[in-house]
Design a binder for this molecule. Structure first.
Ligand code: IPE
Ligand code: IPE
Ligand code: MG
Length: 228
């Protein structure tokens, strides 16, 4: 079985999962966090080297303040708890997204977890919070200018090196839950040749067996990258 090096997941459907049960949306987010723990472990066990999870987009700030506040509080609780699980599995943590614009407590927790896991040599877990591909590309362009690059020096390599994903291989497999067939501003550049896998399952119902089914599906794909 060919294991994709980089798996990215758009974890969608927490709100609908809760609504189906007549519960407030935040209960769906709480259930979603528990699924993250299991999927982390399953991906690491399967031999995935990079796992990128989309937790909060630059557009998600549009949600009601009560939901945003609850999500940020949940995130901080989760980040603090995560250090033990990551240590056990030798997983390195990396934040994907703009630090600026997030509550300072979240910024500090992100940095602390990156530092605490920097020496781990297993899978890298990229958590996308306050992430948007368009913002990432715009800031990479700005950095090219700040670094004094000439027009001729701006190319796929120099721009790619200024993305938050610098040094990380492109996405091989992009999974989205909840039955939506869209990318929602996630890793647009990095997914240029990713295999897409959409499932109707809502994120809180997504299990390690479902991840393994997606990995299995990936092995059946024929990737061409524009060749023959
Ligand atoms: C995904 O679940 C998690 C976040 C975007 C924070 P949603 O909250 O988008 O759930 P639905 O799509 O409304 O069901
Ligand atoms: C995408 O889900 C963002 C995350 C999973 C964090 P959304 O629920 O925000 O996406 P749309 O609005 O349905 O496209
Ligand atoms: Mg959604």
């Amino acid at each position: 079985m060919t294991v994709p090096t980089h798996v990215a997941i758009i974890m969608d459907g927490n709100g609908r999962w809760a609504a189906q049960k007549g519960w407030p949306r935040i209960k769906g987010h709480k259930a979603g966090v528990q699924v993250v723990e299991r999927i982390l472990e399953a991906a690491s066990d399967a031999g995935v080297r990079h796992l990128s999870l989309y937790a909060f987009s630059t557009e998600n700030w549009k949600r009601p303040p009560l939901e945003v506040g609850a999500l940020m509080a949940l995130l901080r609780m989760y980040l603090r708890m995560l250090v033990h699980q990551l240590a056990r599995k030798g997983i390195r943590f990396h934040h994907l997204g703009a630090l600026q614009g997030m509550p300072t407590g979240v910024q500090a927790d992100m940095r602390a977890l990156e530092e605490a896991t920097a020496k781990n040599t297993g899978m890298t877990f990229h958590l996308a919070v306050n992430y948007g591909s368009r913002l990432e590309l715009a800031q990479a362009a700005r950095r090219c200018v700040e670094d004094g690059l000439s027009a001729e020096e701006i190319n796929e390599t120099s721009l790619g090196a200024r993305l938050w994903t610098a040094g990380i291989p492109d996405v091989d497999l992009l999974i989205r839950t909840s039955g939506e067939h869209r990318i929602s501003n996630f890793l647009l550049w990095q997914s240029a040749y990713a295999e897409l896998y959409m499932t109707d399952l809502l994120w809180p119902d997504f299990s390690p067996a479902d991840l393994r089914a997606a990995l299995e599906d990936y092995t059946q794909r024929e990737r061409r990258f524009g060749g023959i």
